[in-house]
Design a protein around this ligand. Structure first.
Ligand SMILES: Nc1nc2c(c(=O)[nH]1)N[C@H]1C(S)=C(S)[C@@H](COP(=O)(O)O)O[C@H]1N2
Ligand SMILES: [Mo]
Length: 239
């Protein structure tokens, strides 16, 4: 499956392009939608690009599936590892290790900065604050950096943001495992912020001295991506 970068720099200097890849099982549709037209075009773009495969695009319940690489990285729960770096201490957790930690559930709206939103998404997993406490991360930095096993996407939070009770290292979504395209087996969910903070295919958490802006943030999006209070489009229609 091929996709092309759609980064643009509009008049306000903030690159707002992004790439959307929709596809499954050897049949892919690639919609490259530019800048401000993204919100209004996403639904139609699929039909416009490849009308014949519309019927095989999975019903994702209102979610758009995003990736900044060519496709979705694959990982079994057995092979999964989460590397936690807290100063000189490096700990590697398996999926079972995560499952053995206290489990927390939350149901929150999931809002992309481009305007689409899915209401009442059920997540469960381990509170990031529990991981911070268990591994002493706040003694070793003022922020956290997150990496993905897609090898490209990164994210960050201040320690204060990361301690919130609505920030989860999620191992379950909508009552089941997190699917490959939604970032399984483990993704971050930062419920109070636009979904670009919710890094998929999470494989690393590290305490850092300062906030290191993530993938979209070095491309112009706000580091503090509070829904309705950042450079997102909370006023945009849900498409
Ligand atoms: N690794 C990775 N995480 C990511 C992204 C991505 O492209 N790669 N996109 C982000 C954006 S912009 C959104 S809106 C959500 C989309 O989540 P979904 O693909 O499960 O709908 O994932 C976020 N996390
Ligand atoms: Mo997004």
């Amino acid at each position: 499956m091929a996709a092309e970068d759609a980064d643009l720099t509009p008049a306000d200097g903030k690159p707002i392009g992004r790439r959307i890849v929709l596809g499954m099982a050897g049949v892919g549709a690639v919609a490259v939608v530019l800048g401000k037209q993204l919100t209004s075009m996403t639904s139609n773009a699929v039909g416009a690009v490849a009308p014949q495969i519309q019927s095989v695009i999975p019903a994702t319940g209102g979610f758009r599936i995003y990736t900044v690489t060519n496709g979705y990285p694959e990982m079994t729960t057995a092979a999964y590892r989460l590397k936690i770096t807290s100063g000189a201490d490096v700990t590697t957790l398996t999926f079972d290790d995560l499952a053995a930690l206290p489990q927390t559930s939350m149901t929150k709206d999931f809002q992309c900065v481009t305007g689409w939103r899915v209401d009442n998404v059920a997540w469960s997993g381990v509170l990031l604050s529990d991981i911070i406490d268990k591994f002493g991360l706040s003694a070793n930095g003022t922020a956290l950096s997150f990496t993905s096993f897609d090898g490209a996407y990164t994210e960050s939070l201040t320690m204060e943001q990361a301690m919130r009770p609505d920030v989860l290292v999620a191992t379950s979504m909508l009552g089941g495992p997190i699917s490959q395209e939604h970032g399984g087996p483990v993704r971050l969910v930062v419920a109070p912020m636009y979904a670009y903070k919710s890094i998929k295919w999470l494989d690393g958490i590290e305490a850092t001295p300062t906030v290191e802006p993530g993938y979209w943030e070095v491309r112009g999006y706000d580091v503090d991506a509070w829904v309705g209070k950042s450079n997102g489009r909370s006023d945009a229609p849900v498409v």
